[in-house]
Design a protein around this ligand. Sequence first.
Ligand SMILES: Cc1cc2nc3c(=O)[nH]c(=O)nc-3n(C[C@H](O)[C@H](O)[C@H](O)COP(=O)(O)OP(=O)(O)OC[C@H]3O[C@@H](n4cnc5c(N)ncnc54)[C@H](O)[C@@H]3O)c2cc1C
Length: 396
Amino acid sequence: MNKNTYDVIISGCGPSGSLLGYLLAQNSIKTLIVEKECFPRHKTCAGGIQHRALGLLPYDISPVIERTISGIYFSFKNKNILLKKYSSPVMYTVKRSAFDNLCAQKAAGIGCEIKFGEKMLKFELAKNHINVFTDLNEYKSRILVGADGIRGAVHRHMIKNRKINRIIGYEVEINANNNSENKNKTANIYSDGAGNIFDFTDNIRLDFGGIKRGYCWVFPKNEILSCGIGSPSSNAKKARQYLSVFLEKFYGQRNHSGRNFKNMQISAHGIPVSAKNMPLCSERVLNTGDAACLADGFTGEGIYNCLKSSLIASGSIIKALNYSDFSFSDYSEKVNNEILGEIKSSILLTKIFYGSINIFYKIITESDSVFSSCCKILRGEKSYGNVMQRLKLLKF
Ligand SMILES: Cc1cc2nc3c(=O)[nH]c(=O)nc-3n(C[C@H](O)[C@H](O)[C@H](O)COP(=O)(O)OP(=O)(O)OC[C@H]3O[C@@H](n4cnc5c(N)ncnc54)[C@H](O)[C@@H]3O)c2cc1C
């Protein structure tokens, strides 16, 4: 095979692209990932990996796990802070720069070629292959995968002008440990601007009610706390304003180090949630992860579904190469059955939950069985479908 010719080219080396590259190289498929950034690179993300996502990864990510989470501090408009604990871990936190770098190294280690600092620009479908053009090279490939998120070239080509449901996420990172008495580096004891003490060693924080159909979060890492807000992009301005209110209380106007959160850099990024009839593939081309708009409609998390779509894509690609059938109808069918059904339920649950937020907030914080159901979803022991079934029985 020619030097610039591949079985599969993947645009983007986020968790979706690197897992797919790993799985294809493991099956001796000549695969190239082109990634526009040089790793390690910053990625706007809270870095929460749901427990259920660990089971999808064929390698150990413990070297980059910073916190193992089994509890949630709930609050409503910053008031009535309440800690609820679960009996097992529900989530792990990572710095995305380290996590994405580790996943890329795993793919490269098993034989997937990765070109960093090379941007995919466009592609053309030829009779028996695809011509792929980057800012540095031209390649030939039998299959092209868009794992390039919502700003990627393959994503934009496939989605065209379709309207996608978008959640806007704002994120800022602050010092994790502002308690000078606390010499224990393995604990994150944090006192907020209003005098509340949080133990972020193994707990996250979620604040509801401050913004329509969204929430604020605090996800702890070893040295930083990732704070942010997610809400439908139509609420972007209000979300940004409420994040300031939340941070003012949490961080204080000016904390002990004299830093003012207003001078800190808040980054923003869209999170795509699939709408009706969103195309997932065309002849010789398929999209995975955010490029396929597969984020969770309730939490806005996308890592679990992006890994799941890559697992499904690897099976479809192996089949396509064996049978020289590049329509990928089986990919669409499986993603529909195994991911999009859950996304639909998550969107419906969002409408029900935020439609009566006062009632549901009370239920989630006061009922151990409802809290436990939420934890079971994060652990992969229950699905949104199961929860919707129960809600139907309750005639919501
Ligand atoms: C504020 C915020 C907080 C979030 N928090 C969480 C969380 O806690 N847990 C969770 O599960 N999800 C979270 N998400 C969502 C999560 O970040 C995404 O769903 C996830 O990163 C999707 O992975 P991916 O591999 O599909 O795409 P990405 O991670 O976006 O990776 C795409 C890659 O493609 C590259 N690329 C783009 N264009 C090109 C091109 N033209 N050529 C070559 N390369 C290109 C990019 O540089 C990037 O490396 C959050 C999102 C936001 C915005």
